[in-house]
Design a protein around this ligand. Structure first.
Ligand SMILES: Cc1cc2nc3c(=O)[nH]c(=O)nc-3n(C[C@H](O)[C@H](O)[C@H](O)COP(=O)(O)OP(=O)(O)OC[C@H]3O[C@@H](n4cnc5c(N)ncnc54)[C@H](O)[C@@H]3O)c2cc1C
Length: 319
């Protein structure tokens, strides 16, 4: 019996996959099951060292040029076949758009129970997972009645824990002949040259308070100065001021940076659901009664169009 974790990659291994391993490790240890992982991608060779100390016994690596990009009809059969071969009882992926689709498809094929977007996993005679509801106001405990169970772990909530430097055994698998219905020729990134929001150490986000899309340049200047990623509230996205890939919150991305700077964001519970685990939160808002001031570590009451450029200037002076 084993726990099988999906090591997500987009060209390079994603941190969310390592977080999923750490979440799964607790359940594996408590249940006595082995902890294995599946890699589907171009090549794991240069990145095996990233798996040191994670407690993975074996990584099954399906490597091929054609597996570089996610494709449902390629990835799902590979995952399901390995689950059956290993007799895996717990399958853990990441609650990213890729991971959620892969795991839901695999759960359907395996007739397995599924819990998406969980924040922890444990074994107490049975598989249990914690899942936030109502924008994080309630944490529910999902109990799996039968196994296998499939769980996706929300990125940026589990700390990657390492013990020692032992590397997993890597077993390279040859790609079976699969009927490919789709061929991905190329992937064009939405935003090139900018920092990935969910992996950024610093995030500067703007809301309706920025007043219009022409003012993103003010926030972008601070991003460039700090080496930060640009986030947004849903109001800013809904207004058509920025693409939805920047949205932070319950229906957007969950971020957990060292520093989150909320500019012209009121602090609605749905927005907080995506950034409340940030280590330090700075709020800039011209309304001293804005709820964001209840959750921030540092608050500046003022017009962001005045405060943010001064902030950026001070940072530059200090550099
Ligand atoms: C099911 C559901 C899911 C949702 N999911 C999300 C989500 O994922 N992410 C999300 O963000 N929201 C989400 N929302 C929407 C959420 O409820 C709020 O409506 C939204 O977060 C508000 O965005 P905002 O703070 O930018 O706008 P507002 O609430 O309008 O706040 C704007 C703020 O800017 C301040 N301001 C105005 N001018 C200035 C200035 N010049 N300088 C400084 N401050 C200024 C104002 O004082 C105000 O506090 C969701 C809602 C629902 C119902």
């Amino acid at each position: 019996m084993s726990v099988l974790v999906v090591l997500e990659q987009r060209g390079a291994l994603k941190t969310c996959g390592l977080e999923a391993v750490s979440a799964a490790r607790k359940a594996a240890d408590a249940s006595g099951m082995s902890l294995n992982a599946i890699y589907i991608g171009k090549s794991l060779d240069d990145e095996v060292s990233l798996l040191a100390g994670l407690g993975i016994d074996t990584v099954y690596a399906y490597e091929h040029d054609d597996l570089r990009y996610y494709s449902n009809d390629r990835y799902v059969p590979l995952l399901c076949e390995l689950v059956k071969e290993l007799g895996a009882k717990v399958i853990v992926g990441s609650a990213t758009s890729l991971g959620k689709e892969l795991c839901a498809s695999a759960a359907a094929r395996l007739t397995a129970e599924l819990a998406q977007d969980c924040i922890s996993l444990r074994w107490d005679g049975k598989l249990l997972a914690e899942k936030p509801l109502y924008a994080g106001k309630v944490i529910s405990e999902v109990s799996f009645g039968v196994l296998p169970g499939v769980v996706t772990i929300r990125p940026n909530v589990v700390v990657v824990e390492r013990e020692g430097e032992a590397l997993p055994q890597v077993v390279k698998r040859t790609l079976p002949e699969l009927p490919f219905r789709s061929v991905i020729q190329d992937v064009v990134e939405n935003v090139s040259g900018t920092i990935e929001l969910t992996e950024a150490k610093i995030v500067v986000s703007g809301g309706r308070g920025i007043g219009g899309p022409e003012n993103w340049r003010v926030l972008q200047e601070l991003c460039d100065t700090l080496g930060a990623a640009l986030g947004a509230s849903r109001s800013a996205v809904d207004a058509g001021w920025i693409e939805s890939s920047h949205q932070v919150g319950q229906t957007g991305k969950v971020v957990c940076p060292d520093l989150y700077i909320a500019c012209g964001i009121s602090g609605a519970v749905q927005h907080l659901a995506g950034m409340r685990t940030s280590k330090i939160v700075v709020a800039i808002n011209n309304d001293s009664e804005a709820p964001i001031f209840n959750v921030c570590d540092y608050g500046i009451v003022g017009d962001l169009l005045e405060v943010v450029p001064k902030f950026a200037e001070e940072v530059r002076n200090a550099q």
